[in-house]
Design a protein. Structure first.
Length: 260
């Protein structure tokens, strides 16, 4: 299923234009997800700079993808216009160049590899996308979303899943372990949604957002387009702006509507 390049390029460009200097959001993201107590010096500095105090309770680590972005799935004229499609490809190339620069400044920036990989994926270069995701995973093998998105791209190219090999490096006692088990066929969407419950409302909203999106991806794999559409609509409506799954759900809805 091909995603709308126009919509995704617009989203990614918005992300680049609105982002803080390279590293700020990425460091906060790492602080939120990798240093739950905010005890390391680097994490403490980031928290002071952003005014946050409890990184593990701010479930806004947008999976590094399309940060603070809305996708508009209701632009049929733009999607059908060759000039606009050409501009979208040009925009994606600009995004790739942007993250080329980020990587040249910091070759160990796994977030930049992921960003570039997503842009390459939407630009139609799955090989480059997988190479970048592989490098991101090599730099941070414990971050589960690299494995999840690698699996999504692998499924699009009818390749075997590599999730089983990633599990030993991932903490399977924490979210998004239920999503990983879903992709492995070890649980059901209903159980994943149940596992998304949390007493903290923002965390619950984020996990429900992801449960709907990844369940939609699974439905799409199985050819259940109506169910995929329902779940992607829930994700697009329920995910906050800083979750890549919401933007990706809108792009999936574009594709399911039959748009190139």
């Amino acid at each position: 299923m091909c995603l709308s390049a126009t919509a995704v390029a617009t989203a990614l460009l918005t992300a680049v234009a609105s982002a803080a200097p390279i590293g700020n959001f990425d460091n906060l993201d790492k602080c939120r997800t990798s240093d739950a107590d905010g005890k390391s010096a680097g994490c403490a500095n980031v928290l002071r700079a952003t005014g946050e105090t409890t990184p593990n309770r701010v479930f806004a680590d947008s999976r590094h993808g399309i940060e603070m972005v809305r996708l508009d799935p209701k632009d049929p004229d733009a999607r059908r216009n060759d000039a606009t499609k050409g501009q979208a490809r040009s925009d994606l190339n600009q995004i790739i160049v942007y993250y080329n620069t980020a990587i040249s400044h910091d070759p160990k920036d796994d977030d930049a590899y992921f960003h570039r990989g997503i842009a390459s994926f939407y630009a139609g270069d799955r090989s480059q996308a997988l190479a970048d995701l592989g490098q991101a995973s090599k730099l941070d093998p414990a971050y589960p979303y690299y494995a999840l998105w690698t699996d999504i791209i692998d499924q699009r190219r009818n390749a075997a899943s590599r999730l089983p090999q990633a599990i030993p490096r991932i903490d399977m006692t924490r979210w998004p372990a239920p999503v990983i088990r879903l992709f492995l066929g070890q649980t059901t969407p209903a159980l994943v949604l149940a596992a998304a419950e949390d007493a903290d409302a923002p965390i619950k909203r984020g996990q429900v957002c992801e449960a709907n999106f990844y369940s939609g991806e699974l439905a799409l794999r199985h050819g259940a387009k109506d169910e995929a559409t329902r779940l992607f609509r829930l994700a697009a409506a329920g995910c906050t702006r800083d979750f890549v799954e919401g933007s990706a759900a809108s792009a999936e809805l574009n594709a399911l509507d039959g748009n190139p």
